[in-house]
Design a protein around this ligand. Structure first.
Ligand code: NCD
Length: 305
């Protein structure tokens, strides 16, 4: 039995295979219908979500399985004071696999210890979000036809954004990637994530200015300032619009730049960028469903062929 708590729970070969299966599902959807007949997925979301929860549900339904769950802590017994472990033990007696999102860092690890049913971490606080990373990697592979030899800029809230933490952990295992971390001082990449790179002698730069650095990038990964993680609302208000990517800023960018964003977007990408051929964030949304289909098949040990 396998869980996906951290992206490094998967080997590089397994990630590459998931991407290939995800691409095959995208091309040959009908081939996969019915593969999860009789299987049930629970989506337990103690935090808001649109894409992650609905893509998991859509993925399982497209595989012929069924789904149940809740979309807020308020509608579960958590509101009565039930522990994560007890909720998970309960749900795992109903279903075959669980995708869970929780505001507490480490919640998915607690859940995995409480059950033998595979647990997928769909985001734990500001810690990790491995299935978003699979989505991001599938998109980069589709756009660039490689997962090595490029310069990636990660821009915005690098402190609280769990997607960039998982993405760095994943990319650190591929070759010859340059990292430019673009954030205000207050929202820098956590030391623990930088240490992953330092431990492998991988170079990175930390800068504050997007415009001055955009021209160097092959991939620009924009992120939302994570309002819900700020203790001080005034601090959020001060920082929330620090980066806004618009057509003006893109003037200095490469023609084959790929712009990614896990979404939801607030203000950090102007809507007129959506029509630019370099915008990939709605392609990411689509890929997210297919790679989650591939992941469900893998964790349930269901043969693809
Ligand atoms: C991200 C998340 O939940 O961390 N959203 C997502 O899953 N696509 C990013 C965010 O909320 O900013």
């Amino acid at each position: 039995m396998r869980n996906l708590i951290d992206i490094t729970d998967l080997s590089v070969d397994e990630i590459n295979e998931l991407i290939e299966v995800g691409k095959d599902i995208k091309q040959n959807k009908e081939k996969y219908f019915g593969k999860c007949k009789g299987k049930q997925l629970a989506t337990l979301f103690f935090e808001p979500s649109t894409r992650t929860r609905l893509s998991f549900e859509s993925a399982m339904l497209s595989l012929g399985g069924s789904v149940l769950g809740f979309s807020s802590a308020a509608s579960s017994s958590t509101a009565k004071g039930e522990s994560i472990a007890d909720t998970i033990k309960t749900v795992s007696s109903y279903v075959d696999i669980i995708a869970m999102r929780h505001p507490q860092e480490g919640a998915a690890t607690i859940a995995a210890k409480a059950t033998k049913v595979p647990i997928i971490n769909a985001g734990d606080g500001s810690n990790r979000h491995p299935t978003q990373t699979l989505t991001d990697l599938m998109t980069i592979k589709s756009e660039k036809n490689r997962l090595s030899n490029f310069t990636i800029g990660m821009c915005g809230d690098l402190k609280y954004g769990r997607t960039v933490h998982s993405l760095v952990a994943a990319l650190s295992r591929y070759e010859n990637i340059n990292y430019i971390f673009i954030s205000p001082k207050e929202l820098k990449m956590p030391q623990e994530v930088l240490d992953i790179l330092k431990g492998k002698n991988i170079k990175f730069e930390e800068v504050e200015n997007l415009e001055e650095n955009i021209g160097k990038l092959d991939i620009l990964y924009m992120t939302r300032v994570q309002k819900e993680r700020f203790a001080d609302e005034k601090e959020y208000e001060r920082l929330k619009d620090v980066y806004i990517l618009d057509m003006q800023k893109l003037k200095n960018a490469k023609q084959d730049l790929s712009i990614l964003h896990p979404l939801p977007r607030v203000n950090e990408i102007s809507e007129d960028v959506d029509n630019d051929t370099r915008a990939c964030y709605f392609k990411q949304v689509e890929n997210g469903k297919y790679i989650r289909m591939a992941l469900i098949l893998k964790l349930l040990n269901i043969a693809k062929k």
